[in-house]
Design a binder for this molecule. Structure first.
Ligand SMILES: C[S@@+](CC[C@H](N)C(=O)[O-])C[C@H]1O[C@@H](n2cnc3c(N)ncnc32)[C@H](O)[C@@H]1O
Length: 460
């Protein structure tokens, strides 16, 4: 039952909190939605965008112990959604039968977002407010959080000159946490400095090659991989994976099915004689599949010297003899270098492709966006298709859902229609960090049982 705001209630938060923060935490901890509503009754102008409002410090106050924000508390206060007789949730596609408590919480959440509440701050359970809503089966609240995430990310992806945020907003852009970022390096940078204190965590043992172990210092799993660092790092190929010197998984065999489905989506009915460009060789899984289709052109762009060395070995399928086996000179070719440089050359040569796949490592979403917004137009045949490895935000469902919407928006802005194929991912060997497929890999960059495969075609 909701507790009333009552000054005689024992305060459970630090005395260091300023008065307003103490008050809001007090009321949120007491599950008192009314209390929150009162605090936000001095609501800013109805249509004012987040970040420009009167007091985002209140909206983002965190309980020093639980790290809950008012958003977390308002959602948690709703409790779990009722199950229907068939075991499903009462709510459906956001058209849920809202009980009073959800209605009230929605209002407060709206106020909090208007007041600059950060959609992806995490509490001590490593949950964002949206994660709490999803866990409780509160679909409409979950969707509200996704919407807030999309709005924030779209706003933050505007060029600097179009964006002026107050200095103390304390918000960071959503990490891609995807293959792009280390198949997927950076953990939820949604941690945002608000996540659990790194000092509180013990170092973690990562198992390498069966029984050798390596000590990973606390917080290292969150260390973002930069493209420059990655391209200088040593790589190790073993049976089922390619890892860098920090044991980040660059590419892993469990993605083979995703690669297969991507090839099928790019080139339905497996036609021969097509022109194909693949960016990022990795383990050569997708290129092996492309090669089976006997393309008329097959170009690969790869930047890492160790990958290029691996490919150049005489027993490699994609070595010099593969390049010579093309129907004409230059038809089959591995271009050494970063795609950012090589695509300029391809454009100059007038190359056009029927299928383009993009799957790099150590880069964030902005690089992918630059590719499809600035270069794809010139490289793709008007009937052609483009896809990329969609690991964007894949270490957290809400981040994945936010990225889907952001990509839809940016793709449309760049002139493309995007369709999505939902693919089941077998999580049996992927469920636990450090175990199964993740043995010897620093970070579990994939946590979801559904993969959303994007297919870009020219709008029209
Ligand atoms: C995830 S792997 C690609 C896996 C591949 N799809 C497969 O099926 O095996 C990413 C590859 O992109 C390469 N890479 C990273 N940044 C790049 C860049 N800027 N330009 C070209 N290649 C890049 C990496 O060296 C790595 O080989």
């Amino acid at each position: 039952m909701a507790k009333p705001i009552d000054d005689s209630m024992p305060a459970r938060i630090s005395d260091k909190c300023p008065e307003n923060i103490r008050h809001i935490l007090y009321t949120t901890w007491g599950h008192d939605l009314d209390g929150l509503k009162k605090i936000f009754k001095a609501r800013p102008e109805a249509n004012a965008p987040s970040y420009f409002t009167y007091d985002h410090s209140v909206a983002n106050a965190q309980d020093p112990d639980t790290k809950e924000t008012p958003l977390h508390a308002a959602i948690r206060a709703c409790g779990p959604a009722e199950k229907t007789e068939d075991g499903g949730e009462e709510e459906d596609d956001g058209e849920e039968e809202e009980d009073g408590v959800v209605e009230e919480a929605s209002e407060i959440i709206q106020e909090l977002f208007y007041s600059g509440a950060i959609w992806n701050a995490v509490d001590e359970n490593d949950e964002t407010p949206g994660c709490v809503a999803f866990r409780l089966g509160r679909k409409s609240l979950y969707k509200r959080c996704v919407r807030a995430g999309v709005q924030a990310e779209l706003l933050l992806s505007l060029p600097d000159e179009q964006l002026s945020l107050p200095d103390d907003v304390g918000y960071e852009v959503l990490p891609s946490g995807s293959e792009d970022e280390g198949e997927e390096a950076a953990a939820g940078a949604e941690d945002d400095g608000d996540a659990m204190d790194v000092e509180d965590e013990a170092p973690q043992l990562v198992t390498v090659n069966g029984d050798e172990t390596e000590l990973v210092p606390p917080g290292d799993n969150e260390k973002p991989v930069t493209s420059d660092e990655y391209l200088k790092s040593e790589l190790t190929y073993d049976d089922g994976k390619l890892v860098d010197s920090d044991l980040n998984g660059v590419m892993m065999a469990w993605e083979t099915d995703i690669m297969k489905r991507s090839v099928a989506a790019l080139l339905p009915n497996a036609p021969t004689g097509k022109r194909i460009l693949n960016i990022g060789f990795g383990m050569g899984i997708v290129d092996g599949m492309f090669a089976e289709l006997k393309p008329s052109r097959h170009h690969i762009i790869e930047a890492h010297p160790a990958v290029l060395e691996h490919v150049a070995k005489s027993d490699s399928k994609f070595g010099p003899s593969w390049e010579k086996s093309g129907p004409e000179e230059g038809a089959y070719k591995i271009y050494a270098g970063k795609w950012q440089d090589v695509v300029l050359k391809l454009l100059e040569q007038g190359e056009v492709y029927d299928a383009i796949y993009f799957d790099t490592f150590g880069e964030d979403y902005s690089e992918l966006r630059t590719f499809f917004s600035e270069y794809l137009l010139g490289l793709l045949d008007e009937e052609g298709r483009f896809s990329f490895f969609n690991g964007l935000g894949a270490d957290r469902k809400i981040c994945y859902d936010v990225y889907l919407e952001v990509v839809k928006d940016h793709g449309k802005e760049a002139g493309f229609d995007i369709s999505w194929e939902e693919i089941d991912v077998d999580m049996s060997a992927l469920a636990e960090a450090g175990k199964g497929e993740w043995e010897g890999v620093r970070r579990r960059y994939w946590t979801l049982d559904k993969y959303m495969l994007p297919i870009f075609t020219f709008m029209g």
